[in-house]
Write a new protein. Structure first.
Length: 173
């Protein structure tokens, strides 16, 4: 029995620890990139009169969103770091392109939804955003499984946001 516990513990540690030291320059660069995306997206976010008039009743309180997004953006930073430091060759270019597309779609959703007040365009964008997250998870799995695992909460939250966006289009309160 003791042997099984040690084996499980070893497996658990091997998933999260690669044995490599953290490259702080790359980690900080990832942090700056990801939180720049967060900042740019937040400049388009206005929870004023229009938003209050269209948001579905299942929408969490406004204070929940910045808390959840801050945690998710930190997870995205870690996933970006894992994939950047673990990828080589064609995967490095592919993962960089996928993250870039994901970041652009993330920013555009805030613009379409909050600034343009166009839930339909935002819905099209968020479907593409979901596909980009799934792509990041699938490609990331080949590079560093930790990156894929840590992106799952992001996928789940954006699925919930997709539901809210859809309910806004239907004008369901």
């Amino acid at each position: 029995m003791a042997r099984k516990i040690k084996t499980k513990k070893k497996i658990k540690q091997s998933i999260w620890r690669s044995g490599k030291k953290i490259n702080w320059k790359i980690f900080i660069a990832c942090l700056v990139i990801v939180f720049s995306v967060a900042f740019i997206g937040s400049t388009f976010t206005d929870t004023g009169v229009w938003y209050e008039s269209v948001k579905p009743s299942i929408t969490p309180p406004n204070w929940v969103f910045p808390v959840v997004w801050t945690i998710l953006f930190y997870f995205i930073t870690i996933a970006l770091y894992y994939t950047v430091t673990s990828s080589k060759g064609k995967y490095q270019v592919r993962i960089g392109l996928l993250f870039g597309i994901n970041f652009l779609l993330n920013i555009l959703w805030s613009f379409f939804y909050f600034t343009s007040h166009n839930p339909f365009y935002a819905f099209v964008d968020i479907i593409l955003l979901l596909l980009s997250i799934v792509s990041l998870i699938l490609v990331g799995w080949k590079i560093d499984r930790r990156a894929s695992i840590i992106l799952i909460p992001y996928l789940l939250w954006v699925c919930f946001a997709t539901l809210l966006n859809y309910l806004t289009i239907l004008n369901v309160k």
